[in-house]
Design a binder for this molecule. Sequence first.
Ligand code: PNS
Length: 160
Amino acid sequence: MNIAIYPGSFDPVTNGHLDVIKRSSKIFDKVIVAVARNPNKTPTFSIDERVDFLERVVKSMPNVEVDHFEGLLVDYAREKKCSVIIKGLRAISDFEYEFQMALMNRKLDPSIETLFMMTSYKYSFLSSSMMKEIGKLGGCIKELIPEEILYDVQAKLRNE
Ligand code: PNS
């Protein structure tokens, strides 16, 4: 079975992430969307909230699974018997950091490949952090995140 892991913070999942999930689920037999628990970061949404949001959003996609992990991504990939990591690329600005991570992951485990998927043009400007800033300041985030999570995300951002 051809399995791919799509890792990220997903704090929270945006329409840009969803676009990558949908497109990669057409290429691979199974896609594991893996939410990273990073002890050095303070996310806006807890790991449980981020996983729950993703589960709601991928409900109609039978070959997409949501999970979370802590520690090295390559260790997690090995544990899942998966040799492909998918990363979304937005603009040139993403490239340097993603390139560095892909090469470092290859050094850590040469059997695991990173595949980059260009984001759709309409989401090339979108990030979770920019969406959260807009939401906190009372702007409209309706077209930026999946409708299944809009109410909950909006409520939390407005209360902050
Ligand atoms: O959505 P993000 O914050 O850009 O995702 C980054 C993520 C979670 C994919 C990256 O930080 C990661 O892989 N973390 C796991 C720890 C790890 O393996 N670090 C070494 C990467 S070279």
